[in-house]
Design a protein around this ligand. Structure first.
Ligand code: FCB
Length: 439
């Protein structure tokens, strides 16, 4: 097995809408994912997060599962509509109480909480007012962040503002695959700007409470399909539109120029001073890594390609190429951008997960996936990348957004009929891996 620093953080990750359920309980307001998942045709399986893993009620069992797994840390998200049901205005103490109990339970079990303040479940009331197309949503987010940090900041050191703003803007407002299901390039880019602004406004408020703040970005490693310069240019453009669209402004480099031009974005929503706000210094950054993408330019014919890159041969149940080494250049980039505390905030895989008659899943495919990704991360550390921790996606099977419950990413199987949690082979493997990594 690979070597890791002694203080490396081993963790697991989840997100509120994907696991909590209890959508009508204790004063929680409606979120855009409630509305979206209840809209016919939006979720592949017609399912929703009304019950999900019932974590809202079963969180003590889930803490116990993590405790037996032996993780150092747990990355979860806080549901904004539990805290501020209408998005702005009245704070719901019962919502704060839930996370208070969760955090105390984690700490009692010796597990460090790493919350994310926004993992896509925007209060529907804000969406009714334009959602992320409305600049005021960014201000509302900063106020909400302050409320949460006021309550929990005495026990939590490390906070993340947003999870994968690429998804919440471009999938949610440009492609329509995610809530709220809007479309249009302009919408997507404007939503992205307001999300980034939300991050920039919330960051100093979190830090004012003496806590660390950061953002979680998803990036695919873009691989030019061949040595042809046009394929290289196409891969670079894709990279600008995906990871760098968020990384660059957060890092004080502004929006990537070729991508702005290619989109034909007028930048009308960008007000003077916004880019400085967005570039508020952060203490840490999270990378969610799942795959690579092989990018080819439309202008090149196959005959003109030399040094053609081989297509991946291995895919997960999501249809994502398995490419552990792709994480290395992404991590090196974060190092080169000057980040000194980098976390892999998500990495993991969905597989068919055939169960035996005791519901046990011998997921050797997932074990192999994780093993190879850990190895790649250890190699990046050898290259001088300051990776501080790794959060496996996910602790347990859960509501996989547009795919409903049809995709399973968990180390623990969830029987959605009974809510039984059945640890898979990968759970025991990860437990042993953590033990040996510490030894
Ligand atoms: C990421 C999301 C996470 C989960 C994984 C599979 O994009 O952040 O909630 O759905 O993908």
């Amino acid at each position: 097995m690979s070597a890791f620093p002694a203080d490396f953080i081993w963790g697991v990750a989840t997100a509120s809408y994907q696991i909590e359920g209890a959508v009508d309980e204790a004063g929680r307001g409606e979120s855009i994912w409630d509305r979206f998942s209840h809209t016919p045709g939006k979720i592949l399986t017609g399912e929703n997060g009304d019950v999900a893993c019932d974590h809202y009620h079963r969180y003590p069992d889930d803490i116990e599962l993590m405790s037996r797994l032996g993780v150092d840390a747990y990355r979860f998200s806080i549901a904004w509509p539990r805290i501020v049901p209408e998005g702005v205005g009245g704070v719901n103490q019962a919502g704060l109480d839930f996370y208070d109990r969760l955090v105390d339970g984690l700490l009692a079990a010796g597990i460090t909480p790493y919350p994310t303040l926004y993992h896509w479940d925007l209060p529907q009331a804000l969406e009714d007012d334009g959602g992320w197309l409305n600049r005021r949503t960014a201000e509302a987010f900063a106020d909400y962040a302050e409320v949460v940090v006021d309550r929990l900041g005495d026990r939590i050191e490390n906070w993340m503002t947003l999870n994968e703003p690429w998804c919440s803007s471009l999938l949610g407002y440009m492609a329509g695959f995610h809530a709220p299901g809007l479309t249009g390039v302009e919408n997507g880019l404007n939503a992205a700007h307001h999300l980034l602004l939300a991050h920039g406004l919330a960051t100093p408020r979190i830090q004012a409470a003496g806590c660390n703040a950061g953002i979680v970005l998803n990036m695919d490693h873009m691989v030019p399909a061949s040595g042809h310069p046009a394929d290289h240019a196409a891969a670079d453009l894709e990279d600008q539109k995906f990871g760098r669209w968020f990384l660059d402004p957060v890092s004080g480099r502004g929006y990537p120029r070729d991508a702005v031009e290619d989109y034909g974005w007028d930048m009308a929503v960008v007000r003077p001073g916004d880019l400085d706000l967005i570039a508020a210094p952060i203490d840490q950054i999270g990378l969610n890594y799942y795959s690579i993408r092989i990018v080819r330019s439309d202008s090149v014919t196959e005959a003109d390609r030399t040094e053609v890159v081989a297509e991946p041969t291995e895919y997960t149940e999501m249809g994502w190429a398995v490419a552990p080494a792709g994480i290395i250049p992404l991590l090196e980039r974060l190092r080169d951008y000057g980040y000194e505390r980098i976390y892999i905030t998500e990495s993991g895989a969905a597989y068919p997960d055939v169960q035996d008659d005791r519901s046990y899943v011998d997921d050797q495919d997932r074990i192999s996936y994780l093993d190879r990704h850990f190895e790649a991360v250890s190699e990046a550390i050898d290259h001088g990348v300051p990776v501080k921790g790794y959060f496996v996606w996910s602790l347990m099977d859960n509501f996989e957004w547009g795919f409903g419950y049809s995709k399973r990413f968990g180390l623990v199987r969830v029987d959605y009929e009974t809510q039984a949690r059945i640890p898979k082979a990968s759970y025991a493997w990860y437990r042993d891996y953590i033990r040996s990594a510490r030894a």
